[in-house]
Design a protein around this ligand. Structure first.
Ligand code: ADP
Ligand code: MG
Length: 629
């Protein structure tokens, strides 16, 4: 038989042991991927057979049920992956397996730089495929027979992954390939059937081919049977019109580990030079880690039905991190690494399309089912508000999806869109006015709103933390500038009510009061000026045109970050009795008390914290007592 067998021992074409050492070293922390690679090759082999059999039915050799089997032999310390796919001829084994210098691996070898971190990156890029077996095995045996060849054309290939391999012909009735890993001493963990099952289910549940393992016999004499251990259907690959709502929901629960029903999904197949399928869901509940910067499980990346990674941030931007689902690419390499995803044009274009699909889905929901959209908004609105800052290209589209509380309603519910606001704008109004504050309660009674109330101009009330971030990254909507009612000068149409001559007369007196107040308050304020926004309140604080809002400065400080010290402007309502009283006060100490109260209450009304609350209370009590006398 030995002559027949053509046993040869051949050298690998490159320094294979060197390459393998590198592979083992850099992939060791992820060693279970060997099974993913072998299963993926087996599944490729099945797909090749299916394809070739399209033209030649004989290739099925009366064994048309394609499947993958994983078995283990504890005594021999081996794990074997067997498929009944296309198989390999002797020539093919030598060309593909025997030549580490083939395909991706060759490019990898050529590109090796000796710089470890760079090489780790390259391994991902070029893929190690079959050779990842050597992470856990010190010897690998392949037995294979190509579909269509007779049984004596089987081939056995064997190598310890050092300088050489052997290859010989064998008798092999079964079509396809079986790959046996002789486990290294320290890799006993893979001799555990449950361990293997869990790896298969983790990586290959949606390999559209049954992956079978022998059942664990329950009774002494029971014969173990082959049973399927993966789910075996790639739902996202099936045509939309054949998938029931129920199936979509079950799959959502599988990918999301969330037992509630999703709010909506969008399922697409893209053909062309970047082929992929995507199935994306908007959940109805927030995950516990929605605000955890390390939050994972977003959209899973598959390549040709094989699970590659959870990679929320590469397939979906942060502001859509609540989206769950699957992207399955036909064009990315199986060993694509996180590093490569960072700068991959195909991924960028998939991500861009994902964003558009989700925005489209939300727009449709908002339009056709406002109630559902409101549910979405309550759960994920604050996350979506990060959008305009993160994705300026889509800022206007995202802005169109935002909802706010408003002075036009008595409720704190965020239901008003920019479009609603614009529709209700007054004749001649060209700005969208908003107020940021810490709570809705605080915002709705803010002195800053007084002139707007009086004139019947609606103001959006922004009281989520992220709102400050939003408005500093969104200058306008539909050409209407977003304008804070608590910043800069407010000039409202028809604002000048008093007639000019009277104003002139008062101006001088007023200037004196303002000056006196500024002198008294010192560095606490940037300026003291007459207000055009107050009606009922004596004073308020506003930010200068280009300064950070007081609310944002407070948020930053609470988060332990530096906020620039820009003192606010004190605006006073010169028509207010209290201000007139301050203006008329001749006693310096009494003036100081009144001025302090004026400033402190403006700060309080704005949601600020008093530096010296005790003194404020004392002064206020004095003032109250003086009322009676
Ligand atoms: P890749 O899968 O990216 O081509 P691999 O290193 O995983 O790289 O596999 C190298 C080659 O070996 C495959 O392209 C295929 O030709 C061959 N091969 C590996 N496993 C099998 C198998 N189970 N059946 C048939 N051919 C296989
Ligand atoms: Mg492969």
């Amino acid at each position: 038989m030995s002559a027949e067998a053509h046993k040869e021992t051949l050298e690998f074409k490159t320094e294979v042991s060197e390459v393998l050492n590198l592979v083992i070293r850099s992939l060791y922390s992820n060693k279970e991927i060997f099974l993913r690679e072998l299963v993926s090759n087996a599944s490729d082999a099945a797909e090749k057979l299916r394809f070739e059999a399209l033209g030649d039915d004989e290739l099925y050799e009366s064994d048309p049920d394609l499947r993958i089997r994983v078995s283990l032999d504890k005594d021999a310390r081996t794990v074997t992956v067997t498929d009944n796919g296309i198989g390999m001829s002797r020539q093919e084994v030598m060309e593909t397996i025997g030549t580490i210098a083939s395909s991706g691996t060759k490019k990898f070898v050529e590109a090796i730089t000796g710089d470890e971190s760079e090489d780790n990156r390259l391994i991902g890029q070029f893929g190690v495929g079959f050779y990842s077996s050597y992470i856990v095995a010190d010897k690998v045996t392949i037995e294979t027979r190509r579909a269509g060849l007779t049984s004596e054309h089987g081939v056995r290939w064997e190598s310890t992954g050092e300088a050489e391999y052997s290859i010989e012909n064998i008798e092999r009735p079964e079509r396809g390939t079986s790959i046996t890993l002789h486990l290294r001493e320290e890799e006993d963990e893979f001799l555990d059937s449950w361990r293997l099952r869990s790896i298969i289910s983790k990586f290959s549940d949606h390999v559209a081919l049954p992956i079978q393992m022998l059942s664990e016999p329950t009774e002494e004499d029971a014969e173990p049977e082959w049973e399927q251990v993966n789910k075996g259907t790639a739902l996202w690959m099936r045509p939309k019109n054949e998938i029931t709502e129920e199936e979509y929901n079950t799959f959502y629960q599988h990918v999301s580990h969330d037992f509630s029903e999703p709010l909506a999904h969008v399922h697409n197949r893209v053909e062309g030079n970047n082929e992929y399928s995507s199935l994306l869901y908007v959940p109805s509940q927030a995950p516990y880690d929605l605000y955890d910067p390390n939050q994972k499980h977003g959209v899973k990346l598959y390549v040709k039905r094989v699970f590659i990674m959870d990679e929320a941030d590469k397939l979906m931007p942060r502001f859509l991190r609540f989206v769950k689902g699957v992207v399955d690419s036909d064009d990315l390499p199986l060993n694509v690494s996180r590093e490569i995803l960072q700068h991959n044009r195909k991924i960028d274009s998939i991500r861009g399309a994902n964003v558009k699909r989700i925005l489209g889905l939300l727009e449709k929901m908002a339009k056709n089912d406002a109630e559902k959209y409101q549910k979405f908004w309550e759960v994920f609105g604050t996350v979506l508000k990060e959008g305009p800052a993160e994705d300026s290209a889509n800022a206007q589209r995202i802005a169109g999806l935002l909802r706010f509380a408003t002075t036009a309603s008595d409720s704190s519910e965020q239901t008003t869109s920019f479009a609603d606001y614009i529709e209700r704008m007054q004749e001649g109004q060209d700005k969208i006015y908003y107020l940021t504050a810490e709570t809705w309660q605080a915002s709705k009674n803010s002195p800053h709103l007084e002139i707007f109330r009086k004139k019947g101009i609606e103001v959006l009330l922004l009281t989520d933390r992220v709102d400050e971030w939003l408005v500093s990254n969104l200058a306008d909507f539909d050409g209407k500038a977003l304008t804070s009612v608590a910043r800069g000068d407010i000039d409202l149409e028809g604002d000048k009510e008093s007639d000019d001559s009277e104003e002139k007369k008062d101006e001088k007196e007023n200037a004196v009061v303002l000056e006196r107040l500024k002198e008294m308050l010192g560095d606490k304020v940037k300026e003291v000026r007459a207000s055009s926004r107050l009606v009922d309140s004596p004073a308020c604080l506003v930010a200068d045109e280009n300064d950070m809002s007081q609310n944002l400065a407070r948020i930053l400080k609470q988060m332990g970050q530096d906020a620039p010290e820009s003192p606010p402007i004190l605006e006073v309502n010169l028509d207010h009795l209290l201000v007139k009283r301050v203006a008329d006060e001749e006693d310096e100490t009494a003036f100081e008390d009144l001025a302090s109260i004026l400033f402190d209450q403006a700060l309080l009304a704005e949601g600020g914290r008093l530096e010296d609350p005790g003194s404020f209370v004392k002064r206020l009590n004095q003032l109250l007592l003086s009322l009676g006398s």
